[in-house]
Every structure is written in C-alpha cells, then in structure tokens.
Design a protein around this ligand. Structure first.
Ligand SMILES: [Zn+2]
Length: 246
C-alpha cells in the first residue's frame, strides 16, 4: 500500500517535469471521465508535492490535480514515447520524459489554489486520513489547539470552531500532538466538520466555550478558561475539567 514515503518518492520522480508545458492524455476511459484532459493539456506544471496520502499536481492558472493512489496506484517516469503495455490512467508528456499513472487511483481536478492548504474540513466527504497524516508530519511537541489552526495541515478551521470542536471531543487545546492518538485526532476533526457543516446550513445550538470565559461549562459547571495560544496568540477557550491536560 502506498504510504507517505512512497508518495514522497513519486513526488520526487515527477520533479523532472516541473516547469515544463505538458501534453496531457487520459488513455483509460474511467480516468477520461474523471479528468477533462483538455483543461490541462499544454499548461505548465508548476509543482508536484505529497500532502497527506495525496499527490497534488499544480498547473498554471490555479488548477490542481489530486491523485490518491489507494492500494494499487503507481506513478512511473519514462522516456517520452517509450513502449507501453496497457492503458495508463494519465500521461503527462514533457520535452524528453513522460509521467504515467497506472491503476485505478482517485483523480480529481479542482480549480482552487489549494497547493499550500491542507485538506478542506468542509469537503464532502472530508479527507480525515489526509488531515491526520498532516498533523503527524509536523513536530509532535506542537500544541493540538495551535496545530488545528494551521491551514497547511487542515484547511478551514478558525478560532471559534477550534474551541468548540475541542470541547466536544473533550481534548485540551494544550495537549501536545504527541499526547493524542490518531483516533483522538480524528474525533476532534469529525466534530469540527460536523459543527462547521451545521453552521454552513445555519443549524446551530450556540457556543459552548468560545467567548464564554468565566461562565459555567454546560457539561460540568466548571468555569470556562481562556488564554492566548500559538505564535499568533489567538485566544483558546476550554473547560479545565472536561478537557484535562494529561
Ligand atoms: Zn466541563
């Protein structure tokens, strides 16, 4: 199964095409249905990077092609025009080399400039695996509440939803990433996605901790606390009893 390191290897292989205008074909009909090759054909490939379990290929004009390799997907770089056996999903041809993507991965083209952003918390469905992988890819001494606001790791969580989702997940913003397991990371991300989706749909049951410092926790009655967190010193709100530091 492709893990982070094989994705990083694939990203490194594909660097030979970065900066070139590439011809784009989708020989596999399922890939042709997923990606309109004519929207990419002839554009300059600006960057290739591994983010979580995805490879993001950024083309000029803000188009980003996301390739998730699942179990079987594989990128290969060969000389342009080399003999092929079978129908690759995608072929990116530069002047001298071409990159081929083999075997049923997830391919998705988006027009957002997402190259520097983590997976979108409001995506349907959200890529929780990618978010957890990003959170594990930074120094684990970082505080959970600070990391959740880092848009390069998870895109879309702001200070309100950080506070509310941590309260719901019963996790302190002051825990180090090293102190929480993957299930806990996913739990707080799921709470954030639920709350934010509800907010988008204008369904809300009010705030439990945000800007409620000194008022009683709705679950346990303990006064909510607040303190600045992270380099930007954004105020964290939490219940010291429901969200203990370990
Ligand atoms: Zn409480």
């Amino acid at each position: 199964m492709p893990e982070g390191d094989s994705l990083h290897r694939a990203a490194r292989k594909l660097q030979v095409l970065v900066g070139e205008r590439v011809a784009v074909e989708t020989p596999n009909p399922r890939a042709a249905a997923a990606v309109p090759a004519d929207r990419l054909d002839g554009r300059k490939l600006e960057a290739v990077e591994a983010v979580g379990k995805n490879l993001l290929l950024s083309f000029e004009g803000g188009l980003v092609l996301r390739s998730h390799l699942r179990m079987s997907g594989r990128w290969q770089v060969v000389d342009r025009g080399a003999a092929r056996h079978g129908k690759p999903w995608l072929v990116l041809s530069g002047r001298e080399r071409e990159a081929l993507l083999w075997n049923g991965p997830v391919l998705e083209l988006s027009a957002r400039a997402t190259r520097r952003l983590g997976p979108d918390i409001l995506a349907v469905p959200p890529d929780f695996d990618g978010m957890v992988a990003n959170l594990r890819g930074v120094p684990q001494a970082r505080e959970l509440g600070d990391a959740l606001l880092d848009q390069r790791l998870v895109a879309g969580i702001g200070n309100v939803w950080k506070a509310e989702s941590l309260w719901r997940a019963r996790l302190s913003p002051w825990l180090r990433l090293a102190d929480v397991d993957d299930e806990e990371l996913e739990r707080v991300l799921r709470e954030a996605a639920l709350l934010m989706r509800a907010s988008v749909d204008r369904r809300t049951d009010g705030r439990a901790v945000y800007k409620r410092a000194g008022r009683p926790c709705r679950r346990c009655g303990e006064p909510i606390r607040s303190r600045g967190q992270g380099d930007a010193n954004r105020t964290a709100y939490w219940c010291p009893r429901c969200q203990p530091e370990r």
